[in-house]
Write a protein that binds this ligand. Structure first.
Ligand code: 3H9
Length: 697
């Protein structure tokens, strides 16, 4: 008998227990163990019903993702599920934690399912570029009908036990905390009441009811908008449709074919890289697991603007009290009003209850007095980007905050060491760079200064987890990882338009790659005045900042979405960017003024110049130790800038293109376009010479 799956008998119930930490993933050992335990249960004449239950924090959370891409070892999961479904003795699955992917599929192979009320179920394979490949696309619709099955399988959403009961996915919900006891009670009822073996594959009423409906075409049409460029969501619809058009065994065969197509797609590789990169990023290189972490039970925020308000919501959402300090009552009232509005919108959409909203608002206190920070565990400064102002604030914090409080800046570009230098405790100073909108975007780029202590580094990474962000620890330089790379892409995007491309052409190349928006739509979202103000300040300080057609937009009051006109124009109430002939004229005039002869620019050149320039910069970032690993950069871009997770992040993407191809192009543009950004990174050259990849670092 395998050690990870055991069989025992309690009374007249045979108990099959999976115990394979951390998440009982269906590794080869678990699959073999499940079959051996089932056989034992079948042979045990005193067992009248069988119970499948898991030890540890969760029911089976899916196939073992680490085995993907390696040769499959028998038994495959589909045959394990089939064996369970074929069992002559009634089989009950008792679910706690999360029954996900192959885990839910295994439960669907059992004849009854009972779940703790805290449990969730889901088929999240689509998030890994896959579809459920062990009968999930055929069995779930037989229980939940076409609409719900399609929703769950194409989005990968987790469904709480109570909803799963309503959809027919589980047969009972237990309010207790002991999953084994819940399972035993249900299994005993099966025996006592003589409840029959009930195989999901034999259920036909939902299939008959939904057959021939146009729900599949509707799903395909909506996926064209929500999953543009993705492979597996469309295959999910094909597989579910097969449950309605084909007999069960053939539906399973069709599911298998589609599963293999997904498994072989590069998007699957990208998605799985993203999954593990996110988890690896939380383990900071060189930081021992045993590093002490400080308690953060109260937070202070300076600035009630868009960033400060969004940051405050993250803490209130997880029950941590927040004090926001502003300079003026009016600004404070405005900021608190916006927070309330955001919560009201979430409540209206049913994402939170009225009580949750009230509780969260009650955790946020406004103040005009820095002294209110004297007892907080963490302060995050979120005022505008001005070094002198930040230094003044940190000196003040140093005099007010208790020893051991962490002093963080939400700066997106400025030098953390310089900010820390105004305090007597640079070891407690750190960057915590949130992305706008801060209550939505999942990235938290934590920036270590040269003196930041390990304890503070470990604490801000733990805080990220606590507030449900993806934390990445990076080094200190202008723009850190994300904005430093973005800046280089911005230079190229502007140059491409100067040379003859249209802004919408540049943006389309980026959205075709999978970004949610292009460079210029992003400028409109952020506000064109932001860059303009920075350029003007630099010019006033005597720096040589060349003129641009974007300055002209700002000077005409075309500040982006907020004025309904920027690089694009916008219709009332819409964020949809519409190309504007007026802007094309402004660009044309600018080219004439500057004596630039416009030329035809290919999409390939746009792709290379916008993306390879970032890869080259990323190699410099790695070389300088600003990022520890290529995967950290991937995570920054996926969660901070919407780089498509199915491409695995810009570093994974670059490795797939081939670093030799990228280096050759970088050298070509260095010679033709010039500029520091095209100077080939030594690391890139070294990796190509050694035949290594960025992912090897
Ligand atoms: C599938 O089932 C295909 C089938 O349809 C068909 C087959 C034929 N495998 O996230 P956490 C590790 S596809 C291996 O930090 P949490 C994870 O890497 C699968 N390892 O914890 C981490 O390791 P480490 C469908 C896995 O509490 C540790 O467990 N299932 C797997 O925040 C803890 O993870 C999914 O897509 C796995 N399947 O969240 C579910 N899952 O400590 C994917 C986790 O070394 N998993 N690990 O860094 C999740 O969504 C979350 O991990 C879960 C727990 C919600 C379960």
């Amino acid at each position: 008998m395998s050690e990870v799956v055991t069989y025992s008998r309690e009374g007249n119930i045979g108990v099959i227990t999976v115990d394979y930490p951390p998440v009982n993933a269906l590794s080869h050992a678990v699959r073999s163990g499940l079959i051996a335990a089932l056989e034992q249960g079948q042979k045990d004449s005193d067992a009248k019903a069988l119970l499948l239950v898991c030890a540890g924090r969760t029911f089976i959370a899916g196939a073992d993702i680490r085995e993907f891409g390696k040769p499959m070892q028998e038994p495959g999961l589909a045959s394990v599920v089939e064996r369970y479904e074929n069992s002559g003795k009634p089989l009950v699955a008792a679910v706690h934690g999360t029954a996900l992917g192959g885990g839910l599929e295994t439960a669907l192979g059992c004849h009854y399912r009972v779940a703790l009320s805290s449990a969730k179920v889901g088929l999240p394979e689509v998030k890994l570029g896959l579809l459920p490949g062990a009968g999930g696309t055929q069995r779930l619709p037989r229980l939940a009908g076409a609409q719900k099955a399609l929703e769950m399988i194409t989005t990968g959403q987790f469904v709480p036990a109570k909803d799963a009961l309503g959809f027919g996915i589980v047969d009972a919900v237990d309010e207790g905390k002991d999953v084994k006891a819940a399972g035993m009670t249900f299994a005993q009822k099966v025996v006592d009441e003589g409840m029959p073996v009930r195989r999901v594959r034999d259920l036909t009423d939902k299939i008959a009811a939904d057959k021939g409906r146009d729900v599949f075409e509707q799903f395909r049409a909506s996926l064209k908008k929500t999953a543009h460029g993705q492979f597996s969501p469309f295959k999910c619809v094909d597989a579910v449709e097969a449950a309605f058009n084909l007999p069960f065994p053939e539906g399973l065969k069709r599911e298998r074919e589609l599963f293999v197509e997904c498994m072989n797609s590069p998007q699957r590789a990208g998605q799985i890289h993203s999954f593990f990169a996110e988890r690896e990023a939380s383990k900071v290189k060189g930081l021992s697991k045993d590093t002490p972490v400080r308690d953060v039970n109260s937070v202070g925020i300076i600035g009630a603007g868009t960033m400060g308000g969004g940051i405050a919501m993250n803490f209130a959402n997880v029950g941590i009290p927040v004090t926001i300090v502003e300079m003026k009552q009016e600004a404070l009232d405005k900021g608190l009003g916006i927070i309330r509005k955001n919560y009201e919108n979430s409540a209206k959409k049913g994402r939170i209850t009225q009580k949750q909203m009230d509780d969260r608002m009650a955790l946020i206190t406004g103040s005009l007095d820095y002294d209110d920070f004297k007892d907080v565990d963490l302060v995050i400064e979120a005022v505008f980007e001005n070094m002198a102002v930040k230094k003044e604030i940190f000196a003040k914090l140093d005099s007010i905050c208790k020893p051991g409080a962490i002093l963080a800046s939400n700066t997106s570009t400025l030098d953390i060491d310089e900010i820390a230098s105004t305090t007597q405790r640079p070891e407690d100073v750190v960057g915590m760079h949130f992305f706008s909108p801060a209550n939505v975007m999942r990235l938290l780029e934590n920036v270590r200064g040269s003196k930041t202590s390990d304890e503070v580094k470990a604490t801000v990474m733990a805080v990220a987890k606590k507030i449900k962000k993806v934390g990445v620890l990076v080094g200190n330089c202008h723009g850190f990882v994300g904005n430093r790379m973005l800046h280089k892409r911005g230079i190229e995007a502007m140059a491409l338009v100067d040379e003859g491309a249209k802004p919408q052409q540049v943006d389309k190349v980026l959205t075709d790659l999978g970004y949610p928006m292009g460079q210029f739509a992003m400028s409109d979202l952020a506000g064109i005045d932001v860059g303009y103000r920075i350029s003007e300040e630099l010019r006033n300080a005597g720096e040589n900042v060349p003129p641009s057609w974007m300055d002209k937009l700002a000077e005409q009051g075309r500040l982006g979405q907020k004025t309904m006109a920027g690089v694009y124009k916008y219709e009332e109430g819409s964020r949809n960017p519409i190309p504007d002939p007026e802007v094309e004229r402004i660009i044309e005039d600018f080219r004439k003024e500057q004596g630039i002869a416009s030329r035809e620019i290919t999409d390939q050149e746009i792709l290379e110049r916008c993306m390879y320039v970032m890869v080259n910069e990323a190699a410099k970032i790695l070389e300088e130790g600003i990022a520890d690993r290529a995967l950290d950069i991937d995570v920054v871009w996926i969660y901070g800038y919407g780089f498509p997770a199915y491409r695995g992040g810009p570093m994974f993407w670059a490795d797939q293109i081939g670093l030799d191809v990228i280096l050759a192009a970088v050298e070509k543009y260095h010679a033709s376009v010039g500029g520091e950004q095209w100077k080939p990174a030594s690391l890139l050259k070294q990796l190509v010479a050694d035949g290594r990849k960025l992912g090897d670092l």
